[in-house]
Design a protein around this ligand. Structure first.
Ligand SMILES: [Zn+2]
Length: 191
C-alpha cells in the first residue's frame, strides 16, 4: 500500500448518501469537483503517477462512469492505452470494441474505493482476457484496513482514511429519517 496524504477536503460532502456500492454513508467524495477543472485534474493525477514509481503496465482500465476521466488522464500522462468497463446488466464488461490482449499488464484506476468490490470485478474481467493485474490506483480509499486482494495486488491512493458506511438496514441516518441523496450514476440496486 502506498498512500500520499493529499488534502482532498474540498471534495468531501456531508449528508446522507447512497454509495455506488449500495451502502449508506454520512460522507461522500464528489470527485467531479476535481475533473471539472482539467488543470487541477492533471496536477492531481500527476501525484498518482509519482506513487506508481517502477510499476509496469500497458493498459489503464477504469470502471464507468466516475473514474473514466481520471483513468484517461493517467493513461495520457503515462503514455499507455486506456479502456473502460461498463455495467450494463449485473457484470462489468468491455464494450465498444475495446479488448485486452493476452499477457497485457493492466493498472485499474478508480476514483473512490469503498468495499473494493468493483476492483475485484475488474480483476475477473482482466483474468478472463488473459491479462495480468499490475495494481490498483484510486484518488480516495474509504477504509484503512487492507482489502483481502492487497496481499497480492498493490494499491496506490492519494487519500486513505476510514469513512463511515452502513448497510441500509442498520443506517442511523435512515433511522433518523434524514433524506437520502443518490449522488452517483452507477448504483445498480444492490442492497
Ligand atoms: Zn441510510
Amino acid at each position: 500500500m502506498r498512500t500520499e496524504c493529499f488534502d482532498m477536503s474540498f471534495i468531501i460532502k456531508h449528508g446522507h448518501f447512497l454509495l455506488s456500492s449500495g451502502l449508506h454513508s454520512s460522507v461522500y467524495n464528489q470527485t467531479a469537483l476535481i475533473s471539472q477543472d482539467p488543470q487541477q485534474c492533471k496536477t492531481i493525477i500527476s501525484k498518482i503517477i509519482g506513487l506508481l514509481h517502477s510499476s509496469q503496465f500497458d493498459i489503464v482500465l477504469s470502471p464507468a462512469m466516475g473514474a473514466v476521466v481520471f483513468g484517461y488522464e493517467l493513461a495520457c500522462q503515462a503514455g499507455k492505452r486506456f479502456l473502460y468497463a461498463e455495467r450494463r446488466d449485473t457484470h462489468m464488461r468491455l464494450h465498444r470494441d475495446q479488448a485486452i490482449a493476452a499477457r497485457s499488464r493492466v493498472l485499474v484506476m478508480e476514483n473512490v474505493i469503498t468495499t473494493g468490490g468493483t476492483s475485484e470485478e475488474l480483476f475477473d474481467l482482466v483474468s478472463r482476457a488473459g491479462g495480468q493485474i499490475a495494481g490498483v490506483a484510486s484518488l480516495v480509499v474509504r477504509q484503512l484496513a487492507p482489502f483481502s486482494w492487497e496481499k497480492t495486488v498493490p494499491l496506490f491512493s492519494l487519500h486513505r482514511t476510514d469513512m463511515p458506511t452502513y448497510a441500509a438496514s442498520v443506517c442511523p441516518l435512515c433511522q433518523d429519517h434524514v433524506e437520502l441523496t443518490i449522488p452517483g450514476t452507477t448504483w445498480v440496486g444492490r442492497p
